[in-house]
Design a protein around this ligand. Structure first.
Ligand SMILES: [Zn+2]
Ligand SMILES: [Zn+2]
Length: 366
């Protein structure tokens, strides 16, 4: 029987390479040959062991931003997903149940099925191949499968998942559109993709905040279409937004900074009356003190938490990469082969000072 090779996270910071049999497919499932897997901050948290109570725990094959080629597929899956063997696809991280209230009302990304790729089932759950740090991934019958164009370079194509999130935050939930003023707090991979999205939907003013350590990323933000950048170590971000908008403030503020609380409080002061603050950065379970509730009420500010993207935003991300992917190529900073998985994760977590600033990191099996 043919075997798949996978990097299994056995314990925090401990990858072991293991072989697993490639499962046979039935009527309604499939096997994916992985072309590449994108990494994000969640991968680094997972490697550190901070997610070990989530889903199946360890041992687990990480990798939730998976794309590749359909290796084998059952006839029913082929019909329902509208793909055939050899097609290039991206899969969504979550496998929704299809029956709960969230699923039937169209909000399947809120489904509590606890099934999905890279973050959920351990390798103890048959057929073990549930993550993208591998040569093959098993595709469950309820997998959300998106067909991809065949001509786009691999590293660029792996931007589908983070870009779909940016589209959800900026466009679908944020409501940023022609003439909007938007502040994006945090110039990481997702913040930078939010800049590109804001530009594409026609925002008039795109202001990006970051720290001194983010200098290179703020430069990237400018190249992607930011109209102004603020180094919060040197400038007061609220005063800067007041000045840049001539006192009008922002229609939408998106917080994608991780860990820091100050950006949320600043967002309340940066957004205009009736404006919207989109919260998309996780804060390591920290609580926020000092939230000026009266200010939120009196100025009718909307605070919205958003987790992940869904079907439409993923399709829009694919289209955006196909049409203007060239402008996003500058974000694809690092690509690693599967055997160097530990280097990939450490580089992502800024633990490898010599390897340069990791904006978007991909892992490829070959
Ligand atoms: Zn991710
Ligand atoms: Zn459900």
């Amino acid at each position: 029987m043919a075997e798949a090779l996978a990097a299994v996270l056995e314990a925090p910071k401990n990858f072991q390479f293991r072989a697993f049999p490639i499962p046979d497919v039935g009527e309604d499932d499939a096997v994916l040959r992985v072309e590449a897997c994108g990494l994000c901050g969640t991968d680094y948290d997972q490697w550190l062991g901070h997610l070990k109570d989530w889903g199946g725990g360890m041992p687990i094959i990480p990798g939730h931003e998976v794309m590749g080629l359909i290796d084998r597929i059952g006839p029913k899956a082929s019909k329902l997903w509208n793909v055939k063997e050899g097609d290039r696809v991206a899969i969504e991280p979550i496998i929704p149940c299809g029956h709960c209230e969230d699923c039937v009302s169209g909000a399947y990304t809120r489904c509590q099925s606890d099934l999905g790729y890279g973050l959920y089932q351990s390798t103890d759950v048959a057929p073990s191949l549930w993550g993208g740090y591998a040569t093959h991934v098993y595709l469950h019958p309820r997998t959300m499968v998106h067909k991809l164009p065949s001509t786009i370079p691999t590293d660029l194509m792996t931007l589908v998942n983070p870009l779909s999130n940016a589209i959800r935050w900026i466009y679908e939930v944020g409501g940023v559109g022609l003439g909007s003023t938007v502040v994006i707090e945090g110039p990481g991979q997702r913040g930078l993709l939010a800049v590109a999205t804001a530009k594409r939907v026609g925002a008039a003013n795109i202001i990006v905040t970051g720290t001194r350590a983010d200098a290179a990323r703020l430069e990237l933000a400018s190249r992607l279409g930011a109209t102004a950048t603020i180094n919060v170590d040197e400038q007061d971000p609220v005063a800067s937004v007041v000045e840049l908008t001539k006192g009008k403030l922002a229609d939408v503020v998106l917080d994608v900074s991780s860990g820091a609380m100050a950006p949320i409080l600043q967002a309340i002061d940066m957004v205009k009356r009736g404006g919207r603050v989109v919260l998309a950065g996780l804060k390591s379970n920290n609580k926020l003190n000092g939230l000026p509730i009266d200010n939120v009420v009196l100025r009718e500010i909307e605070l919205v938490g958003v987790l992940s993207a869904g079907w439409q935003s993923t399709e829009m991300a694919i289209d955006m990469i196909e049409k203007e992917g060239n402008s996003l190529q500058m974000l694809c900073s690092h690509s690693f082969s599967l055997e160097n998985v530990t280097d990939a994760v450490r580089t992502l977590g800024r633990e490898n000072p010599d390897s340069g600033d990791a904006v978007h990191v991909t892992l490829t099996p070959s």
